[in-house]
Design a protein around this ligand. Structure first.
Ligand SMILES: [Cu+2]
Length: 157
């Protein structure tokens, strides 16, 4: 009986240690939080994000700027791999009333935030694509993508 109790305690201990050491088991329910700043130099401070297929991700984008929102705002817009980011950026520049997002590309957008002016933070939670590969994210405020405001989400097992 004493030995049995000892064995049970040992198994519980082992299971606890195992679940702590395998990433994903203990935290499968929690979204991965990625904090990014958008700067006056038209850059995302984080240009590479990695995720597992289907992983839940929360992006928090903060615009760091003293300029008025009409002159300097940023968003985060994640694209499917089948669309030309330059075209999305150029078309979207015409749609100020729609958060600078061209409606014709809405099917090609995996996730996006609203625009954030200086000092503001915008958030979006989404599920990473199941298909491994590179997915581009961009800012669609006019001129920002061409100015280099982009990054890559890499989905891999
Ligand atoms: Cu921007």
């Amino acid at each position: 009986m004493y030995l049995f109790k000892q064995l049970t305690t040992l198994s519980i201990l082992l299971i606890t240690v195992l679940s702590l050491s395998i990433p994903g088991i203990a935290t499968a329910q929690d979204a991965k939080v990625v904090e990014i700043k958008g700067t006056d130099q038209l850059k995302f401070t984080k240009t590479e994000i990695t995720a597992a297929p289907g992983q839940e991700i929360t992006v928090k984008l903060t615009t760091v700027s003293k300029l008025p929102p009409s002159a300097m705002s940023h968003n985060f817009l994640l694209l499917t791999s089948s669309v030309d980011a330059t075209k999305v950026a150029q078309e979207s520049a015409k749609f100020q009333d729609n958060q600078y997002i061209a409606p014709k590309y809405e099917d090609q957008i995996i996730a996006h935030t609203d625009m954030a002016g200086g000092g503001e933070t915008v958030t979006v939670t989404f599920t990473a694509p199941e298909e491994p590969g590179d997915y581009e994210y961009i800012c669609t405020f006019p001129g920002h993508y061409l100015g280099g405001m982009k990054g890559t989400l890499t989905v891999k097992e």
